[in-house]
Each structure stands twice: as structure tokens, then as C-alpha cells.
Design a protein around this ligand. Structure first.
Ligand code: ZN
Length: 667
């Protein structure tokens, strides 16, 4: 971006953030996730830092909080309500500590800070003022200086003491939140009444405490964790939290006193994994220096206290710029457009590419080159683009046009027609297309195929380029001396590659079958076939009729298998390859497993097992996993938030079991 473009980008980001801020804070109806909002905010903040000439006091980056609604009485806070700065990595946390230590070195404080790590609850901050031990008023944070008077509403909240044991005058800060299951319940009810739904538990908490009728608040099960006292005389944050407990406030027990940043990191890592199981939303940890004298000495920046920081959990949604769209030719010849992105940290890893699937998907998203896109990644899912910020679209953004010829071999592309169905994707039909050939080799050695660990995609590409690998069998003819001495390969890596190739000579039938890249033959189908046939030889001899009768094999797959084994080129490849291998059939021996012949469908989030974990267990016990419910399904293994499969299962009278019941079956 040149200077003029940067200025324009800053202005557009400000407008967009302002729009979403109003939706979020004023109306409690956000249309984008907090994570996306944070991501745009962080881009703006970086640009303003790099281009101070475009910085502005009225920028959204200078704001502390939300707006106030006209119908609530305004309250000026006794002390300004700050918000913490965010960090997203251990390195940023280390930098924060370093900055503090530099400041402390200039003072006469000799103490080393320790830290209290508390949950950062996704809720609404409330400020409770007690006069002579009696709750005098309660307010929202508002913009940090002026909030809304919600005293009558707070008085209905059962976890808040209306009076304190001692007649003290203090201000207690807390976070109001609501349970995830209350969100579900209330949204179901609102859907029935045709009312707008709450996007998340934070909006529900805010929407609840900003009800004009306290009776509505009383009916909703609002919770408040107290975490701070303004105006008390405590030596440490820990003492303060203990005092709050003794006053009768609800204080979150999930906190830890840490002496080092490493300890904090351990606590953080543990919570990244278990936060989903908690009844409230947590979007990170709040790290506070425990010793109040150090806290006070460090003071404040323009926006935040220096002694505390919010250590956010890895974002699963971010905004980034789509720089260009490239094309990938798959081993089946399918042409896939791929978005090349400005590298961005998402769910803990850096992502620079995401598939756009096909031209229909590009049209549906209306995504153009130069656009700022919404990128999402949840759990193990591969990153996907799910939307575009059209407000940020540059004037020179270019619509993408699918090519008519293969980018690798220039053959004319065409759609696949099978029966009455025409494919969405375009295909290169050239049998000798080099891209298809290379992808086929990469697929052959991949984890779910021959599993030659040391032969990664890049290595296969290099070996292919120099003619070391031409086809499947040539892989097993590679010698150590062929590799040793190649640029980028030392003796050790040559040895590792050879060892890993040798290991792969012993291969289970289902993985070998999958590795061949027979069209429509997926991982599960390969397992189904292996369960039916004793050996690869008996499979080659199978007739179409025999294949169609194998559970899990449809006509399409059967045709494809027959076609594959009838092809002269394939016969030649196999005749060279088979003598190199020892094919075993481990699936077949699972026939006496506890779940033999049982078909499972999994839906919803299971309490302890991951999807893949459950799948592994089922398969290890001889069962199979299918993606959709049918009359053939034996069990629906159901967790929290099941999808439509639950209804399908009811329709087909399929037995529904919980994880607990399932674990009893296999143990
Ligand atoms: Zn091609």
C-alpha cells in the first residue's frame, strides 16, 4: 500500500469499526464475531502506529468502552473504568513484563512481581458501589467515565449481597455473565415469539441487565463474578479476592497465583483446551501483578493500567487480505481456485492459503482479488473464507475469471457429467497432465496412503523434477546415494528417507487401496472393501456384481474400480509395484471386534472424545462410521448440540446412545 492507499484504508477501517461498535455496544446485536472485530481493530492500531501522521484522537482505537442508551440514567464513575490491553502470544507477554521491569528499575522498588491469572469472562462489566455497607448503586461501564444506572436490575441478582458484613464503603467491580444453556433456552423461546436472537452469552448478559423491567431480569439466571475492589486497602490481588469471598460475593475459583510467565503459559495452555466445557464463555486470561505496591508504581498508559493485561485465546476468526487467486490441479484433474492470503495467525498457526473450492463458491461469496476476507478455523477444520468486508473493497479489486485451459498442460477444461448430474468443478482430462501425475504421487505417499513420512509434498516435487521419482515403483528403487549430496539433503535426511520407504513396504490393504487414487474411492470405502476381500489379488478378480454387494460400495465406486484395473497403464504400474510390497489385511482380522458389522453416525460435541477419537475407537473394534443416517445405521452417537442427524435418526428408528453408553460398549 502506498501512503494514499494507507490513509484511505485507515478511514475505511474506522467507519467499519464504528458501525460494528454501535451494533455491539449500543444495540447488543453484533453481526460479526468479537474476534473479527478485534482483528480489524488490531490492523487499524498497527497502521496508526506506523503512520502517526494519520492517527486521530477520535479513532475507535482510543475508545475504552461502549455507548450509553438514552433511557437509562447516566452515572459518572468515581474512578475511570479502564480496560486492559490485549496480547496474543507468550512473546508479547514477555515484552509486557520487560517493559514493566524497565520502569521498575528506575524506582526504589526491589520486589519481583508475581502474577494472578484469572479467567477473562465474556460478559458485561458492572460497577457496584457500597455506602456504609449497603449497595447504593450499580452501573454499567459505559464509555469508562459515564455508565448507565442499573441499580434496580442488579438488586434482583441473587449472587450480589445487598449489604456487607462490615459497614465499609467500597466499589466492587465484577463481570456479569449468563450460562450457555440459558442462552439456548432463551433463544428457543425468542425464536418461537419471532424475536431477534442473542448472538452470544455476552450479548445476553448485556441485553438482560439493560432491560427496563427489573422483573424480566429477576427471571433470568444472571451470574456475577466479582474480581476487584476500588478503594480497599489490600496488599495483594489475592487478598482482595479473598476479601470479596468473605463479603459474600461469587468469586471465580478457576484462578492461579503464578510466579513466572512459564507458569502462566502452562495455565493458559490447559484452558485453551478445556474452556469449551465451561458453562460460561471465556476468551482469555487476565494477568494481574499480585503486589499492589508494584501495580500502583507502574501507573497507567493513555488507555490501560500497566500492571495488568488480557492474554487472549487464539482467535478462530480473523480478517485478512486476499492477494491473488491461484489454481491447483488435483490428481483427479479437478481445478481448484486457491486464495493466496496475507499471512495471518489463526487458531495458533499462520495461514497464507485457503481453498475457494470452485467458481460457484467464488460467485456466492462475491470475493474479489484485493478484498478483505473473513477467515475461520475451528478445531481441526481447515481454514475457510466465509465472507467479505465489502466496505473495505479497494477500487481496483478484480473479479476472478476461471480459465478455460489447464494451467499446467494447456488442455481445454471441461465439466464432469455423470448421468444427469454435471459437476461444478472444471477438470483437466489430459491423462498425461504433469500436475495430475505429481498430485497422484503426493497422494500415494501421504499419511492415509502408503504413509511414507519422510517424503513430504515438497520432497516428492523435488525428486519428481530431477527424475528420481517417475511412478509408484520408482520410489522403492531410490538409493541413499541418489539423495545424499542433493542440495538441501544431508546424509542424515537421506538415511531417514530410505528408512521410511523401507518401512512402507509393509502396508495394510485398505491403505494401499486408498493410496492408488482410484476415483471415488475414499478412506472409508477402502476399509469397507478390505473388510470384504482377503487379498489384493482377490479384489482384482472381483466382478462388478460382487463389488456392488459390498457394504459401503456404490455403483459409482464399483465402476471406477473395474475401470482402474482394466486400464493397461495401471496394470503395468501394478505389475512393477506389487513385487516391492507386502500387503497385509489388518481390517479383516478385526472381524471379531465388539462392534463388528455395526454402523455408527456421530453428531454433536462429545463430552470427552474428539470426533477422530470416537471414529478410531469404533474402527478398532470392527465397526464403521458413516456420515449420514440411513436405515442401515446401527447407532447414533450423540453429544451436545446435535445437528439434523438427530431428527434423521428418530425418523429411521435408529438407537441413540451417549458417549458414556458407547464407552461401556467398547470397554
Ligand atoms: Zn492439465
Amino acid at each position: 500500500m502506498n501512503k494514499q492507499e494507507t490513509k484511505k484504508r485507515i478511514e475505511e477501517l474506522r467507519l467499519l469499526l464504528e458501525k460494528h461498535r454501535v451494533l455491539y455496544h449500543v444495540h447488543d446485536t453484533p453481526t460479526i464475531s468479537d474476534e473479527l472485530y478485534d482483528s480489524l481493530m488490531s490492523e487499524l492500531s498497527t497502521l496508526e502506529k506506523n503512520y502517526p501522521e494519520f492517527d486521530s484522537e477520535t479513532s475507535p482505537t482510543k475508545r475504552v468502552g461502549g455507548d450509553i442508551l438514552p433511557y437509562f440514567e447516566k452515572i459518572k464513575h468515581h474512578t475511570k473504568q479502564w480496560s486492559f490491553d490485549n496480547v496474543f502470544s507468550l512473546q508479547e507477554l514477555i515484552d509486557w513484563e520487560d517493559r514493566n521491569i524497565t520502569i521498575l528499575k528506575k524506582t526504589n522498588i526491589m520486589d519481583v512481581p508475581t502474577y494472578v491469572a484469572e479467567m477473562k469472562i465474556d460478559g458485561l462489566k458492572v460497577i457496584l458501589t457500597y455506602k456504609d455497607g449497603v449497595l447504593a448503586r450499580a452501573a454499567t461501564r459505559g464509555d469508562g467515565e459515564v455508565g448507565e444506572d442499573i441499580t434496580e436490575n442488579i438488586k434482583t441478582v441473587k449472587v450480589i449481597p445487598l449489604s456487607l458484613p462490615d459497614k465499609v464503603s467500597i466499589t466492587v467491580i465484577g463481570e456479569a455473565w449468563m450460562k450457555k444453556k440459558d442462552l439456548e433456552k432463551i433463544n428457543t423461546e425468542r425464536a418461537r415469539q419471532g424475536l431477534a436472537l442473542y448472538a452470544n452469552t455476552r450479548n445476553l448478559s448485556a441485553g438482560t441487565l439493560r432491560q427496563l423491567d427489573p422483573k424480566v431480569v429477576a427471571r433470568r439466571n444472571i451470574q456475577i463474578f466479582a474480581y476487584d475492589i476500588d478503594g480497599g486497602d489490600y496488599k495483594t490481588q489475592e487478598d482482595e479476592l479473598k476479601a470479596l469471598e468473605s463479603f459474600g460475593f461469587l468469586v471465580n475459583k478457576d484462578r492461579r497465583h503464578c510466579k513466572t510467565l512459564e507458569e502462566i503459559q502452562k495455565f493458559y495452555d490447559a484452558w485453551v483446551n478445556k474452556r469449551e466445557k465451561e458453562d460460561y464463555g471465556i476468551d482469555g486470561l487476565v494477568i494481574k501483578i499480585n503486589e499492589k505496591n508494584i501495580w500502583d508504581t507502574l501507573g497507567y498508559t493513555a488507555k490501560s493500567p500497566r500492571g495488568g493485561i488480557a492474554y487472549k485465546f487464539p482467535a478462530e476468526e480473523v480478517a485478512t487480505v486476499l492477494r491473488t487467486i491461484t489454481l491447483q490441479v488435483g490428481r483427479t484433474g479437478a481445478i481448484t481456485p486457491v486464495a493466496e492470503l496475507t499471512p495471518v495467525l489463526i487458531a495458533g498457526s499462520v495461514v497464507s492459503r485457503a481453498t475457494l473450492h470452485n467458481s460457484d463458491e467464488i460467485k456466492r461469496l462475491d470475493v474479489r482479488i484485493g478484498d478483505t476476507v473473513k477467515l475461520r478455523k475451528a478445531g481441526d477444520v481447515i481454514p475457510e473464507i466465509f465472507g467479505v468486508f465489502k466496505e473495505l473493497r479497494p477500487q481496483n479489486a478484480k473479479a476472478f475469471i476461471m480459465p478455460t485451459v489447464c494451467p499446467e498442460c494447456n488442455s481445454v477444461l471441461s465439466k464432469e457429467i455423470s448421468g444427469k448430474v454435471t459437476s461444478v468443478a472444471l477438470y483437466c482430462k489430459n491423462k498425461n497432465c504433469p500436475a495430475k501425475h505429481l498430485e497422484g504421487l503426493v497422494h500415494f505417499v501421504s499419511k492415509k496412503g502408503m504413509n511414507i513420512e519422510e517424503l513430504g509434498e515438497r520432497t516428492v516435487e523435488i525428486f519428481h523434477d530431477i527424475g528420481l521419482i517417475n511412478d509408484f515403483s520408482s520410489i522403492f528403487e531410490i538409493k541413499k546415494t541418489d539423495i545424499n549430496g542433493l542440495e538441501g539433503f544431508g546424509e542424515k535426511s537421506a538415511e531417514n528417507i530410505i528408512t521410511s520407504i523401507q518401512k512402507a513396504r509393509n502396508v495394510p490393504l485398505h491403505r494401499f487401496l486408498f493410496s492408488l487414487g482410484i476415483r471415488h474411492l475414499g478412506e472409508q470405502t477402502a476399509k469397507d472393501i478390505a473388510k470384504h476381500f482377503n487379498s489384493f489379488e482377490s479384489l482384482i478378480k472381483a466382478t462388478r456384481e460382487e463389488l456392488v454387494h459390498v457394504e459401503g460400495v456404490g455403483e459409482k465406486v464399483a465402476d471406477s474400480i473395474i475401470e482402474y484395473f482394466n486400464d493397461v497403464t495401471n496394470t503395468k504400474i501394478l505389475s512393477q509395484l506389487l513385487p516391492q510390497l507386502k500387503i497385509t489385511n489388518e481390517v479383516k482380522t478385526e472381524g471379531d471386534g465388539k462392534l463388528f458389522n455395526k454402523t455408527f453416525v456421530i453428531t454433536g460435541t462429545l463430552p470427552s472424545l474428539s470426533r477422530d477419537g470416537a471414529k478410531d475407537l469404533i474402527e478398532k473394534n470392527g465397526g464403521r462410521v458413516s456420515n449420514s443416517v440411513s436405515g442401515k445405521t446401527s447407532y447414533l452417537l450423540m453429544g451436545e448440540n446435535p445437528g439434523s442427524k438427530f431428527e434423521d435418526a428418530t425418523k429411521h428408528n435408529v438407537t441413540i446412545i451417549s458417549e458414556k453408553k458407547f464407552l461401556e460398549m467398547v470397554n
